[in-house]
Design a protein around this ligand. Structure first.
Ligand code: 6PG
Length: 229
């Protein structure tokens, strides 16, 4: 909230990039629930612009679509106008074309053709294998430094994905990584306390250059941490 308020105060807008996954989905459901009605009333929804950190190579109404999940879980339940929702058009036949289109959209929105876009808030999940967004272990997309958006073939998923690259995630003002559940306890311990190897544990590559990084970890996922923060 503090980051969003600061962005709105200074630029009258706040650019948020969201991820898919069951853990982020639980946060979206909470934000849209009656439990958080008072929080929702405090959010200046008409100043927020919503983007995606990544997308599966499927149409927007597909059950696996991150757009569909976030639209159904959150955006359809809060007062955000369609012109502030900037999805990845992953229904393109060719994932690379979808990535290029999204990059053009980002360059237009951030009015930038060289320096990276600075999202105000980036929300990420982390997979048990250490992937984040759609940046998977030992994938060449982890080494991309020129393009803002890539369309990696993800062998682990036997599918193409479309994803922001690490430099773009790291250009953000505030990055939040969510991890919950026993099945994330190994990757959380490896990511936070293990040897640094972003090629093997991509989430370790999330190191904001001039921004903040906040991990939100539940008890079960934190169980194997030796140094309780
Ligand atoms: C996706 C996400 C992905 C997700 C993690 C965590 O498209 O699936 O962007 O990076 O956030 O895999 O997902 P879970 O919370 O479901 O484990």
């Amino acid at each position: 909230m503090r980051v969003a308020r600061k962005a709105v105060r200074s630029r009258d807008q706040c650019a948020v990039a969201l991820s898919g996954g069951t853990t982020p989905r639980r946060l979206y459901s909470l934000l849209a629930s009656d439990w958080e009605a008072s929080f929702r009333r405090r959010v200046k929804w008409d100043a927020l612009h919503f983007f995606w950190c990544d997308e599966r190579h499927v149409p927007p109404d597909h059950r696996d679509s991150n757009y569909r999940m976030i639209q159904d879980t959150l955006l359809s339940k809060v007062p955000v106008s369609p012109d502030r929702i900037h999805r990845i058009h992953a229904e393109e036949q060719d994932a690379q074309q979808a990535a290029e289109q999204y990059e053009r959209d980002l360059r237009a929105f951030f009015a930038s053709h060289d320096r990276p876009p600075r999202f105000d808030i980036v929300l990420l999940g982390v997979g048990p294998d250490g992937h984040t967004a759609s940046l998977f272990p030992e994938n060449e997309s982890l080494r991309e430094t020129g393009r803002w958006v890539v369309a990696p073939w993800v062998a682990q998923m036997n599918a193409y994905r479309v994803s922001l690259t690490l430099p773009i995630l790291n250009a953000a003002a505030a990055v939040v990584i969510l991890a919950a559940g026993e099945e994330k306890s190994d990757v959380v311990q490896a990511a936070l306390e293990g040897d640094r190897d972003p090629g093997r544990i991509p989430v370790q590559g999330v190191q904001p250059v001039e921004g903040t990084l906040l991990w939100i970890i539940d008890r079960a996922a934190a169980r194997k941490l030796t140094k309780k923060k």
